[in-house]
Design a protein around this ligand. Sequence first.
Ligand SMILES: [Zn+2]
Length: 101
Amino acid sequence: MSEVPCCHCGELFPSSPRHKNQRFCGKPECQRARKAAWQRHKIQTDPDYRFNQKLSQKQWAKTILATGRNTAKDILTKQKETVSFKPSVTAGPGHSHLMKR
Ligand SMILES: [Zn+2]
């Protein structure tokens, strides 16, 4: 059995003869990285998967908002650009009269 370096943490781990393409060790963080890499690959090669990801993006944005991450701002700005016909949730009462007219 040979040892190969993990693609994520760089540590050597014994590669299983059954999974010759295994490039990530068994650590939880490295398994997450493996999944993310697989997802990226899938998005690039599978249009159906990409479409499904788009559908779940709203739910994802909600989750990010709930956790209060900075990235939520980026998502909202992006959504405002693409879905401009929808009234913004962030508009306060001071701006509502502008939007109705
Ligand atoms: Zn690793």
